[in-house]
Ligand binder design. Structure first.
Ligand code: UDP
Ligand code: MG
Length: 315
């Protein structure tokens, strides 16, 4: 065999989708074998509460090219991807969802693109968000606009985590051992030459999405905190603007009193100012708190995931 591709698959409550997935990936493996390329599949069980782990044990027993890793609890998709990358032995590593929203059939094409030697990774981008609630798409688009303005990591709208990378890039990603992981940012941050492969959105084959709107919202905040410090500057900018406004107001009030002898009637406007400034202060303190919290977690240097079980190592 010429090359080996490791396919990393995070699985959280995927007992319904996995049978389809394993069948599809094995047919891709057969296809790749003709190109003298070996495929190993790393299934990472992210603390599933359904029969996922039992399935993984079966697959590893049945298929020579399947290995599995099982977490002690749910650590999140980011941790599962990291664990997979860490254990991957291939010259190339692909990250792929278990629900077939990342079509395994694209893999041969992605491999061919890397073979030209012009790119270090091939990543996929959804050009449509068909089948997704409109409100979710709207927020997603707003998020990508915002984060690209305030961060220097290049984060592509519609980018999936589905990608194939060469060893150099995988090692670069593994060298980023931060605890608060935001892969979309990490992929962009490490650089390298990436080819973008557009495709139409595919709906998941079975089971339910693991992302509620609220979970996605928290994830986007995490992304911003992880890859931009711009929000920290909000306090100084707002502070400056408020100071300038106060000086202008002072001039107006003084002038009015001197010229017209007008006593200033003021308590409603004063209330507004107090509430407004109090609000801004609390908001900026909250933002600082977000960064402080992340710093706190980061300094603890906790492991990114904990394994409870894994398949017997095979050659
Ligand atoms: N996933 C995971 N841990 C989690 C949530 C999700 O490993 O806490 C996996 C899930 O099994 C799937 C992938 O991440 O393989 C993407 O999840 P999902 O399809 O629910 O997300 P969506 O495609 O709707 O964004
Ligand atoms: Mg999905």
């Amino acid at each position: 065999m010429k090359d080996m591709i490791s396919v990393v698959v995070p699985c959280y409550n995927e007992e319904q989708a996995l049978p389809y997935f394993i069948q599809e990936i094995q047919s891709v493996a057969a296809q790749m074998a003709q190109k003298q390329v070996e495929l190993e599949v790393l299934l990472v069980n992210d603390g599933s509460k359904d029969g996922t782990l039992a399935l993984l044990r079966d697959y590893a027993a049945q298929h020579q090219n399947v290995r599995y890793f099982s977490f002690s609890r749910n650590f999140g998709k980011e941790a599962a991807m990291y664990a997979g990358l860490e254990h991957a032995r291939g010259d190339y590593v692909a990250i792929m969802d278990a629900d077939m929203q990342d079509p395994p059939s694209l893999l041969p094409q992605m491999y061919d693109i890397l073979q030209t030697g012009e790119y270090d990774s091939v990543a996929t981008r959804r050009v449509s968000r068909k089948g997704e609630p409109p409100i979710r798409s709207l927020f997603a688009r707003m998020f990508y606009k915002l984060i690209n303005r305030i961060s220097d990591a290049d984060i592509v709208d519609g980018a999936r985590d589905y990608r194939l990378m060469n060893r150099t890039m995988v090692d670069a990603i593994l060298s980023m051992q931060e605890y608060n992981r935001f892969s979309k940012g990490i992929f962009g941050w490490v650089g390298f030459r990436t080819h973008w492969l557009p495709y139409e959105n595919v709906e998941r084959v079975a089971g339910e999405t693991k992302w509620s709107f609220w979970k996605l919202f928290r994830y986007s905040v995490e992304g911003i905190v992880a890859f931009s410090t711009a929000p920290l500057a909000i306090a100084s900018v707002v502070g400056l603007v408020v100071c300038l406004a106060a000086v202008a107001a002072l001039v107006v009030v003084l002038g009015k009193t001197l010229l017209f002898g007008d006593p200033v009637a003021g308590w409603p406007s004063m209330m507004c100012m107090i509430l407004f400034l109090g609000g801004i202060q609390l908001l900026t303190m909250g933002i600082m708190g977000q960064y402080l919290a992340k710093t706190y977690l980061e300094t603890k240097r906790r492991p990114i995931y904990i394994l409870a079980e894994q398949s017997d190592e095979k050659e």
